[in-house]
Structure formats: structure tokens, C-alpha cells
Design a protein around this ligand. Structure first.
Ligand code: AMP
Ligand code: ZN
Ligand code: FE
Ligand code: FE
Length: 275
């Protein structure tokens, strides 16, 4: 079984990298892509365990980017390592920018009268600390009635505690992935804001060379539609469960929700052939 979309606790999954490898083997996965948000730390740590377990690991990443002002997730897969060092440096820069934003966000929230530090937030979010962790703290400390309120009143882009963070545009992410010798795949197209069909020419022109047609959020009809789009635009296809462990109960590695995910066995060979 193949699963090219999974998260460790280096981003927002619940499993340590070595645990994720164990889980994958137990689930019958033979090729696993680790695609943590904006970091390779989980993949790097899983390599040793995967080697011992005989699991094929694929180096991946899921970048948070912006397209027409909306958030779009972009997958990058690296089968060779051509140019990867430069790409990794850029990813480290993104992480540094996030950390620096978090410091300013904590200061802003203190300014608004809340007792919140960046360390408290990082204790929860580790390498991928973000606004949801600040929201959690605000709920726990009773500053707001709930998560929704934390965002609506303070953390949302339109709210009074918002602090700007520079996020890469989708096209920049695609370009950097491709320049590093990677495959750029549109993650879970079902979640893209707007009509994916209408966006396709723009995505292709940006250099996107794959679509995640197989995903645990896609039913058979959606999968079919994205496969057709990929074919029409001469793009490759990727697929995976988007496993997050206990963070997203119900999603199983390799098979998704109640076995709704079927990634074809020859998919990795096709991807490899392109790099
Ligand atoms: P950050 O990357 O730290 O800027 O936080 C972005 C994350 O915050 C997103 O991935 C969402 O999970 C969450 N988020 C952003 N806006 C909202 C909102 N209005 N309500 C709830 N969650 C939100
Ligand atoms: Zn995630
Ligand atoms: Fe995603
Ligand atoms: Fe994901």
C-alpha cells in the first residue's frame, strides 16, 4: 500500500516520526511519504526507523501558501536530492519568520491584557506553533468562551490581535520546489477555495506538475474529476491519507476513512520517472 501524505508531531500530527513508521508498517503501507507542514524534521528523524523496518520513505513537505488571498496547501516531493539544500534553507527561513511572528503575536496579546508568552504556545505547537495554539491557551485561561471566539475577536486577520506573517505565494512555492528537482502537487484540491477547474490553466502556468487526486477527503466522484483534470493538463497524480494520528481520528494510514482511499501501486514509479 502507498500513502504519500502524512504528518508527524514535528508539525500537527500526534505521532513521533519513529511511531509513524511503526504505524505505517502495521497498516500495511510499504511506501510512505512524510509531508509535514513547512518542515523536513519529521522525515529526517523517520529515516533511521524506516530503514530498519524496510519501509520506503518518500521525502515530502506540505507548504502553506497563498493564492488570490486564500490559503492553499502545496505538496512537494523529492525523489532525488538535486538542489534540495537551497530549498531546505528557504524552508528554514519560513520557520524563522513564523517564530518571529509568534513573538510579536504574544507581545500583542499581552498588550491587549492577556498573560500569554510565546514559550507557552511553543510548548504546545513545537516546530509548527501558530495561532491555533494561542487560541487554545486563551480558551484554557478563560480569556474567551471558546476557540471560535478567540479567532473572531483576536486572532483572525480581521481581528484586533492580528499580527502579519509573510506567507509565500503558491507560485513561489511551486517554483522553488521545481527548482529543487521536486514534484509540486496541489494538496487536497477539494479544499481549495474556488473552482479548481477554472484555476487549472493558472496552476499549470505556475509550473504545478501534479494534483493530489487521491485523498481521504475525496469521494469516488471527486477522485475521478481530479484524475480527469490531471490528464487534461498533462499533470501527474499523487495521493495519500493526510494522516494526523489522534489529531484526526478516523483517518487510517494507507486507507483513509473506512477504506475510502485507494492509491494505485504504480503511482510512485510514475512520479519517480519524472524526476
Ligand atoms: P498561522 O499559520 O499561525 O497563521 O495559523 C493559521 C491557522 O489558524 C490555520 O491553519 C487555521 O487552522 C487557523 N485559522 C486561521 N483563521 C481561522 C479562523 N478564522 N477560525 C479558526 N481557525 C483559523
Ligand atoms: Zn496537517
Ligand atoms: Fe493540508
Ligand atoms: Fe496534510
Amino acid at each position: 500500500m502507498i500513502d504519500l501524505h502524512s504528518h508527524t508531531n514535528e508539525s500537527d500530527g500526534s505521532c513521533y516520526p519513529a511511531e509513524l513508521v511503526e504505524e505505517a508498517v502495521r497498516a500495511g503501507v510499504t511506501t510512505l511519504g512524510i509531508t509535514d507542514h513547512d518542515t523536513f524534521a519529521g522525515y529526517d528523524q523517520a529515516l533511521g526507523a524506516a530503514g530498519s523496518a524496510g519501509l520506503q520513505l518518500v521525502c515530502g513537505i506540505e507548504l502553506s501558501t497563498k493564492l488570490h488571498g486564500h490559503s492553499v496547501h502545496l505538496l512537494g516531493y523529492f525523489f532525488g536530492s538535486n538542489g534540495l539544500a537551497q530549498f531546505r534553507d528557504w524552508v528554514l527561513e519560513l520557520q524563522a519568520a513564523r517564530r518571529e511572528r509568534n513573538v510579536r503575536l504574544a507581545a500583542r496579546l499581552r498588550e491587549l491584557g492577556f498573560d500569554i508568552t510565546v514559550e507557552e504556545a511553543e510548548a504546545r505547537g513545537r516546530g509548527m506553533t501558530g495561532r491555533p495554539h494561542f487560541a487554545q491557551i486563551m480558551v484554557e485561561k478563560g480569556y474567551v468562551g471558546g476557540f471560535r471566539e478567540a479567532f473572531n475577536e483576536y486572532l483572525d486577520e480581521s481581528a484586533k490581535g492580528y499580527v502579519y506573517r509573510r506567507e509565500p505565494q503558491l507560485a513561489e512555492g511551486v517554483e522553488r520546489i521545481r527548482n529543487a528537482g521536486g514534484i509540486a502537487s496541489l494538496a487536497h484540491p477539494i479544499r481549495v477555495n474556488g473552482d479548481v477547474t477554472a484555476l487549472m490553466p493558472e496552476l499549470r502556468d505556475a509550473g504545478m506538475n501534479a494534483i493530489e487526486a487521491y485523498h481521504s477527503d475525496h469521494d469516488a466522484k471527486h477522485t475521478r474529476m481530479y484524475l480527469d483534470l490531471a490528464k487534461r493538463y498533462g499533470m501527474l497524480v499523487t495521493g495519500g491519507s493526510d494522516y494526523h494520528g489522534e489529531v484526526k481520528p478516523g483517518v487510517k494510514l494507507g486507507s483513509g476513512y473506512d477504506g475510502n482511499l485507494h492509491v494505485p501501486e504504480d503511482l510512485v514509479e510514475r512520479l519517480r520517472g519524472q524526476t
